[in-house]
Ligand binder design. Structure first.
Ligand code: ATP
Ligand code: MG
Ligand code: FE
Length: 339
């Protein structure tokens, strides 16, 4: 079974071809990061326009890489939310046109369920159920993945997402965009215990997160140093901020394992690329005898292969869409398409 998948929810235009849901034949990604860098973040209108310019080329390229033609594709999977509405519509319209013209099934996919599915590609032996910590630019969720298409959100951020906090702190430090990879790199030469930033909600039994207090504390620290004309040790600020984020994420993730009784922990989303997060969570899981899984770097951030994998399981479960499906910017995880 051959899946052609399209992803355009934010600032990556991507098309992938998969065989049997978990084997990548092609995963072409065009990132607009260089374009948005000038603005310090993603500009929605600019993103839509660039998706439109690239989408047809990317689809052709992925078929070429996979060495197949349109006639060999069995179904089309596409992200229909969450994300930027104008950006989503470019991929969604292309996918509908392809499915209609080729007369094959059309499978709408939730972007966050896609991030989780990246792990099925990376780990052929991985099967649900498990607990997944989804940490991306716009989401920080603890999800109980009950089977391939059944999800329950058991914890989430009450304000900022982890990736958002990385990006805002990096921006205030004048490091550039996106902030996560830069902070990750610079933190390696800093002292994670130099500054004691606040870690919210740790003593609460719920599995929710809050990062806005931490973000403000870092911004206040930077501003007060500037005002007092104290030199800021950027590696120490990066390392201490990252330590706080990682500490909170790991603490709640292990609480989720304890409360749910699952024996597998899976990491997903752009922040899953973070070195300190991977290392710390790996140690904590080892201590508890819990299996730990995360995707390789290229499958952590946005790509169409992960959408194709999630789409394959939606297809097998019969969650198909028709031409009336619209883009849903705030689509919730676990939303099902009608049979
Ligand atoms: P969402 O998936 O919630 O819709 P998104 O698609 O914009 O949002 P992703 O592409 O999953 O987000 O991830 C991008 C985020 O990951 C950015 O906030 C970026 O700073 C962060 N990120 C990437 N690499 C790292 C890293 N090594 N350490 C920390 N954060 C990182
Ligand atoms: Mg992106
Ligand atoms: Fe994403």
């Amino acid at each position: 079974l051959i899946t052609l998948a399209i992803e355009t929810s934010c600032d990556e235009t991507s098309c992938a071809i998969l065989s049997a849901g978990r084997t990548i034949l092609a995963n072409e990604i065009y990132t607009q990061i260089e374009i948005h860098k000038a603005f310090g973040g993603v500009v929605p209108e600019v993103a839509s326009r660039n998706h439109l310019e690239k989408i047809s080329w990317i689809i052709d390229d992925s078929l070429k890489t996979a060495g197949i033609g349109f006639e060999e594709v069995d179904h089309i999977a596409v992200t229909y939310g969450p994300g930027l509405v104008g950006a989503l519509l470019v991929g969604l319209s292309s996918a509908k046109a392809l499915a209609y013209a080729l007369e094959i099934p059309f499978v709408p996919v939730n972007h966050i369920e896609g991030h989780i599915a990246a792990n099925y590609i990376a780990h052929p032996e991985l099967e649900p159920p498990f607990v997944c910590l989804v940490v991306s630019g716009g989401h920080t969720h603890l999800v109980e993945v009950k089977d391939y298409t059944t999800f329950e959100v058991i914890g989430k951020t009450r304000d900022d997402a982890a990736g958002e906090a990385f990006d805002k702190v990096a921006r205030t430090l004048g490091l550039g965009y996106p902030g996560g990879p830069l902070i990750d790199q610079i933190a390696k030469s800093g002292n994670p215990y130099a500054i004691d930033f606040p870690k919210a909600m740790l003593d609460q039994e719920n599995l929710d997160f809050s990062f806005s207090g931490l973000k403000s504390a870092v911004l206040n620290y930077i501003n007060s140093c500037k005002m007092k004309k104290i030199e800021i040790n950027i590696p120490d600020v990066c390392a201490s901020f990252q330590e706080a984020v990682v500490h909170i994420l790991c603490h709640k993730a292990m609480d989720a394992i304890e409360q749910s009784g699952h024996k597998k922990m899976v990491l997903a989303g752009g922040v899953a690329a973070n070195t300190a997060l991977r290392e710390t969570l790996s140690i904590k899981c080892n201590e508890k005898g819990v299996g730990f899984y995360y995707p390789p770097l290229a499958l952590c951030t946005d790509n169409a292969a992960m959408i194709g994998c999630a789409g394959y399981y939606n297809f097998r479960a019969g969650y198909l869409g028709d031409m009336s499906v619209n883009a849903i910017p705030n689509l919730r995880i676990g939303t099902k398409m009608g049979l």
